[in-house]
Design a protein around this ligand. Structure first.
Ligand code: BYC
Length: 322
């Protein structure tokens, strides 16, 4: 390396460091360290894939929604999730990777999606539990990403968070209706909450400091880069504090006898999470991993003709303009 190029790279690193230190936005045209770019691609791709795979557990109930109104709302929610996936793939593309490459990585099992979407949706009440708990957890996790140091990701998150708020409210309303309905409806709502509570806590990822076996590995660097603003455990605690009073308002219990208000800390204590379950699900051993991936790959293959037709149309238009 010549002296000039060393000077150049030092200046570029200094420019990047100054943006981060000043809490300013890094934009696609700016120089960025390779680790920063790779971390963003990993996280944004995982986020985009989660939105797309996340359409499956709820899509499963569109034809069985209990009324026209519920069906219309659920369809709109699932469409929103498709939209979120698309904004996020576009944000990832600004980092120099193609959407088709990201999909190939997902389909080959080389990129992840959120563990939560590997659980089955057994009853209508699961639509309520997903909206209330899963979208609730997503909001807590994602609102700080609106302040992420990378501009395109932060901007995509602003709109996504607004839509997630509506999703969470509709989930709460489904559970409210069921918990104020017949004993059977109330039992169905409680069962859904019982099944979705612990997996929702796992959405925030591994603990900050575990027993050393598998603590969150990326947090410290991602926080230093302003990609993550809070640690996994900080966000998980925030979610518990937000959700416990909402459960009381719904008249439903949370399946954790250790939840109690801690006066000293000013937040709720809660029981120990079985992180071996999270690691198993992330490894591919959850109840629905195989089914979700098989469905996703088939949908992609079935859509090949649409991509071919769109590419042929674009090429024709381009040659007509030229
Ligand atoms: N599931 O060092 P860590 C939605 C992985 S969609 C699977 O803490 P990081 C919605 C992690 O990737 C919600 N994998 O990592 C849609 C890493 O593995 P790799 C999706 C998980 O990245 C439809 C390793 O464990 N939201 O809202 O600093 C309907 C170590 O973890 C999980 C997002 O994606 C998990 N739960 O932090 C309804 C938000 N947790 O990559 C709702 C954006 C951890 O080294 N993402 N891993 O192989 C994030 O905020 C962060 O990526 C995470 C993990 C907090 C998830």
């Amino acid at each position: 390396m010549t002296e000039d190029s060393t000077d150049d790279s030092t200046a570029m690193q200094a420019g990047f460091d100054a943006l981060i230190a000043g809490d300013e936005r890094v934009e696609p045209r700016d120089w960025m360290p390779e680790g920063y770019r790779k971390t963003l691609i990993r996280q944004i791709a995982q986020h985009a894939h989660s939105e797309i795979i996340g359409m499956q557990p709820e899509g499963n109930w569109i034809t069985r929604a209990p009324s026209l109104r519920r069906k219309a709302i659920l369809m709109a929610k699932v469409q929103d999730e498709a939209g979120h996936g698309l904004y996020l793939y576009s944000a990832a593309e600004t980092l120099g990777i193609d959407r088709s490459e990201l999909l190939d990585l997902l389909h080959a099992g080389r990129q992840k999606y959120s563990s939560i979407f590997n659980y089955p949706t057994l009853t209508w009440a699961d639509m309520g539990a997903i909206g209330w708990l899963v979208d609730g957890a997503a909001i807590v996790n994602q609102v700080p990403i609106c302040r992420c140091s990378y501009g395109p990701y932060a901007r995509a998150m602003v709109r996504i968070c607004k839509e997630e708020s509506f999703h969470q409210r509709q989930g709460f309303e489904i559970l409210w209706t069921l918990s104020h309905g017949s004993p059977a409806q109330r039992a169905m709502a409680q069962d859904a909450v019982n099944r979705y509570w612990w997996p929702s806590l796992m959405m925030f990822g591994p603990p900050d400091t575990g027993d050393g076996a598998s603590p969150s590995g990326h947090t410290a660097q991602s926080m230093a880069w302003g990609i993550k603003r809070f640690s996994n455990d900080e966000l998980r605690q925030r979610f518990v504090d937000m959700t416990v009073p909402q459960a009381e308002a719904l008249g439903l219990s949370l399946p954790d006898p250790e939840i109690r208000w801690n006066e000293e800390r000013g937040s709720y204590d809660f029981g120990e999470i079985d992180f071996t379950e999270l690691f198993e699900v992330v490894k591919g051993n959850g109840p629905c991993n195989a089914e979700r991936m098989a469905h996703k790959v088939k949908a992609h293959e079935d859509g090949a003709w649409v991509r071919e037709a769109a590419a042929a149309y674009a090429a024709k238009r381009e040659s007509a303009v030229a």
